[in-house]
Design a protein around this ligand. Structure first.
Ligand SMILES: [Mg+2]
Length: 417
């Protein structure tokens, strides 16, 4: 089975950037948190903190209990973006970067005799050295080599931190893994697999395509998993975006009606700019708010929790900020008054269509609004985010920082040199 892919996964990325930038933090348990509030969750933990059981997703109050010496640091996504681009430069100095899968994951294709195990090991070590040289000595990664992207990623996960795993021809090391070690198998899928008699990774690899199709509820997906687990190269279907969404846990000083609305307006500006950047048009929009109050006030990431409110509406397809803001304001006006203290707000643009298949508005006003919005994007690209914005945002430019979701990387046009 040829080694077609090398997968690079940065170890404890955000926490490592903090330790790289501040040597006093090295060797100490560090957790990166989204905002200064005990009710939020750790978004990254250094290996020193992990030794105490602190993980991504651990509530801050619990992390402190687990690890009394824990240093918590508020996330600085601009610095993480800079580090991300340094890592990309480092990888690219050794091999062409194939796909950037997230802020801390990159895969590269291997060709010719790069596919020999000894050559793959050599390339992996050169990548590690280049990352240390360009991004800093504290920036470690785990590298995996495998016959397809999915298995290379699984291989990279097998040894952390600073690991290097090359899957042998027979893929035998996969048999020792847990079902949930395969990306795409979460607790729910694991339960379904077990219901169908698949309890181990060995059984997963031996399962017929028909069984996997039943488990995944799709013939196409079953077939795809069956081939991937055998080390075949399976082309990824082109993805079409269905939505753009942003949400934000309010810092304590903005937990008011006006503060919540201001942040919502800010999120709308960001979402609209992304929509235009992708060149999609939105045909609907939703907004939501979670009230503070329940124990821990932990909103489940999928919805708005039991104590929350959300509403949505359809729109004639558009991509300009003023029209989207108008819809947000309209929906916001319908929220029940005096329900509680706002804790988190979010909004989503839905029913997205690529520009090519949307019918741009025939109304001159809407066309002008789209042009104006693009001009604002241009100014912001030239002079830094949020130089120009629509009136409702006044005073709230820094209210929702430029956070990085793991599956999305902000573009950085000029900051890295
Ligand atoms: Mg990682």
């Amino acid at each position: 089975m040829p080694l077609r892919y090398l997968f690079v996964d940065m170890n404890a990325f955000f926490a490592s950037v903090e330790q790289q930038d501040d040597p006093r933090l090295r060797g100490r348990p560090v957790a990166v948190i989204p905002t200064r509030a005990e009710t939020t969750f750790c978004i990254a933990a250094s290996y020193e903190a992990r030794a105490f059981g602190v993980k991504t997703g651990t509530p801050v109050w619990q992390a402190r209990r687990l690890c009394p010496g824990l240093v918590t640091i508020e996330a600085d996504h601009d610095r993480y973006t800079v580090a991300h681009h340094r890592v990309l430069d480092a990888v690219g100095s050794v091999l062409p970067v194939g796909r950037v899968l997230s802020v801390d994951e990159v895969s590269c294709g291997l060709v010719g005799d790069e596919r020999r195990p000894d050559r793959a090991v050599g390339l992996a070590n050169r990548i590690k050295a280049a990352i240390r040289a360009r991004a800093g000595e504290w920036m470690r990664c785990s590298v995996g080599a495998g016959p397809n992207g999915m298995l290379a990623k699984v291989a990279a996960d097998m040894h952390k931190p600073d690991g290097l795993t090359v899957l042998p021809d027979d893929l035998a090391p996969l048999d020792g893994l847990a079902l949930t070690d395969f990306p795409g198998v979460g607790p729910r899928m694991e339960r379904r697999l077990k219901l169908h008699g698949v309890f181990t990774a060995r059984q997963l690899r031996a399962a017929p395509a028909a069984t996997l199709a039943t488990v995944w509820g799709s013939k196409l997906l079953g077939e795809r998993w069956h081939r991937l687990l055998r080390g075949e190269e399976v082309p990824t279907p082109p993805e079409r975006r269905r939505s753009v969404s942003h949400s934000h846990v309010l810092p304590p000083e903005l937990r008011t009606d006006a503060g919540a609305y201001g942040v919502l307006v800010r999120l709308t500006h960001k979402a609209a700019a992304r929509l235009r950047k992708m060149n999609y048009w939105a045909g609907g929009l939703s907004v939501g708010v979670t009230w503070k109050g329940e124990a821990g006030a932990a909103p489940d990431p999928a919805g708005w929790g039991r104590s929350g409110w959300s509403a949505g509406c359809r729109l004639p397809h558009c991509q300009d900020t003023p029209n989207l803001l108008r819809a947000v304001g309209h929906l916001w006006g319908k929220r029940p008054a005096g329900e509680g203290v706002p804790f988190k707000v979010g909004m989503a643009l839905v029913d997205l269509r690529p520009a090519a298949s949307a019918t741009p508005s025939l109304f001159a006003d809407d066309r002008a609004a789209a042009d104006l919005s693009r001009a604002v994007d241009g100014v912001n690209a030239e002079f830094g985010r949020s130089m120009a914005y629509f009136g409702g945002m006044w005073g709230l430019r820094d209210a929702a920082p430029n956070r990085i979701a793991f599956n999305r990387i902000p573009d950085l046009s000029r900051a890295v040199s």
